[in-house]
Design a binder for this molecule. Structure first.
Ligand SMILES: Nc1nc2c(ncn2[C@@H]2O[C@H](COP(=O)(O)OP(=O)(O)OP(=O)(O)O)[C@@H](O)[C@H]2O)c(=O)[nH]1
Ligand SMILES: [Mg+2]
Length: 447
């Protein structure tokens, strides 16, 4: 990718086309807590390097400092900042990227000392999202997250941006340029929020048409193979790339479980360590499909030596989003490039009920489908309802809301065997209490 990053954020959420400029040369910097495991630290910095590569920057060097906590004004101590400056100069670096989250003041002070752009990990992730966003929705979400991130960071380094949209806002008497920028950012953010609300309404309409089918959602660390798995499960043409955050929009597709039952599976944005909170917040509606799924498929790249930490990050993110109660099937992917069995034995012991697959080679997909079916059947509860013929509208509504397994007609009523996802049982029972019978419905057969 031949473009510079973050420095060129525009208020329209797109990265300026700077194809003629050379790639950025970045120095990676990190504060290491005293006592932190050096291997883990290196892994985190390797990941930041991958992020930078995806964003279109080369890494010219690394510098770390061990401290109890980052210096409040410059993250590194004074002497270390000097060392960083020398490293920047000797490498002709064009930016410095900290793995730690930097406060707006730290960015300001570091930029002043180093005379080049200073970013943190969140800034890089936001930039990748901006470059990969394809639809109106994801573009809007990314732009909102960018502005939320930039607002408190508007400094002299950023003020040149204002000139790009000069003339939109009028400079009031006595106001500084930064204040004018801030006001414009806020107005724009308000507009973006309204736009997202409208998109949300359309989404609700779309979802209505899919009610009643079992819903599965693919979740996992970025690059784990979620979209590849979507592709083999649904035989659809899904965008797969060996890059971080290839997928930003949620897609939903139908497929068939081994019983022949039609079901839905959604693919969505991947997670990563320190995913900027601004992004999580603005992508919340995209993640709705995930949050409302009956079963989550947690896709893990078992060929990655750090898969355990990645799993923990995904679990934490799901927890933060409030999806921790949904049943999860752990799917260890990429077994085709795994040559030691000990890793699989360990993984199985740690995640009972997991499934090992290769989306790439289509290995073990049948087994996964069977596990998906049985997990769904166990997680859903069967109910038998008797609805009088005068209330056929209730019958119609039930068909739209839940999975109807069997229907039989009596003299004065319709008997429906329905399957209710375990987590929806309470509201369902409250709503249809009048019709629920105490007779036990027979086990379902394929429809
Ligand atoms: N060897 C191997 N590679 C795989 C397998 N599944 C996926 N990949 C590769 O892993 C990379 C990422 O795959 P994606 O399906 O795009 O992963 P994702 O989880 O959707 O990634 P993001 O959308 O970026 O979060 C691609 O290069 C895939 O070809 C597999 O079973 N084996
Ligand atoms: Mg993907």
């Amino acid at each position: 990718m031949n473009r510079t990053f973050a420095l060129f954020f525009s208020p329209r959420g797109t990265v300026h086309d700077v194809g003629v400029l050379p790639r950025e040369r970045a120095i990676i910097a990190a504060v290491i807590r005293k006592g932190a495991d050096p291997v883990t630290v290196e892994e985190h910095l390797d990941e930041l390097e991958m992020l930078l590569d995806t964003a279109g920057a080369d890494v010219a060097g690394r510098l770390t400092q061990e401290r109890d906590r980052p210096d409040i004004s410059t993250a590194f101590g004074k002497g270390k900042v000097e060392e960083l400056k020398e490293l920047v100069e000797s490498n002709n670096a064009t930016s410095v990227v900290f793995d730690d989250e930097l406060s707006p003041a730290q960015v300001r002070n570091l930029e002043e000392a180093l005379k080049i752009k200073v970013l943190d990990r969140s800034g890089v992730i936001l930039d990748i999202f901006a470059a990969h966003a394809r639809t109106v929705e994801s573009r809007t979400q990314v732009e909102l997250a960018q502005l939320e991130y930039l607002l408190p960071r508007l400094t002299r380094m950023w003020t040149h941006l204002s000139k790009q949209f000069g003339g939109i806002g009028t400079k009031g008497p006595g106001e500084t340029q930064i204040e004018t920028d801030r006001r414009m950012y806020r107005t724009r953010m308000q507009r973006l929020k309204e736009k997202l609300k409208e998109i949300d309404v359309q989404r609700v309409v779309q979802r209505k048409g899919r009610e009643g089918l079992p819903r599965f959602a693919l979740v996992g660390y970025t690059n784990a193979g979620k979209s590849s798995l979507m592709r083999v499960l649904t035989k659809a043409d899904v965008y797969v790339q060996d890059q971080l955050f290839a997928t930003l929009d949620t897609t939903v597709r139908t497929f068939a479980l081994p019983s022949g039952q039609k079901a839905l599976v959604s693919d969505t944005v991947g997670f990563i360590r320190k995913l900027p909170p601004q992004l999580v917040a603005s992508f919340r509606s995209t993640l709705t499909e995930t949050l409302e799924a009956d079963i989550l498929l947690h896709v893990v790249d078992i060929s990655n030596p750090h898969y355990r930490e990645q799993m923990a990050v995904v679990e934490q993110t799901l927890n933060d989003l409030g999806a921790s109660d949904t049943p999860v099937i752990v799917v260890f992917n990429k077994i085709d490039v795994l040559d030691d069995h000990a890793t699989m034995d360990d993984a199985e012991a740690e995640s009972p009920g997991c499934v090992f697959v290769s989306a790439h080679r289509g290995l073990n997909i049948d087994r996964l489908l069977h596990v998906m079916q049985s997990t769904y059947e166990e997680s859903a509860i069967l109910r038998l309802l008797r609805i009088p013929y005068e209330e056929m509208n209730v019958v119609a509504r039930l068909y739209g809301e839940v999975e109807v397994l069997r229907r039989s007609d009596e003299d004065s009523a319709v008997l429906l065997s329905v399957r209710v996802p375990a987590d929806q049982l309470a509201p369902f029972t409250a709503r249809y209490r009048r019709y629920v019978t105490t007779e036990q419905p027979s086990q379902p057969t394929a429809l």
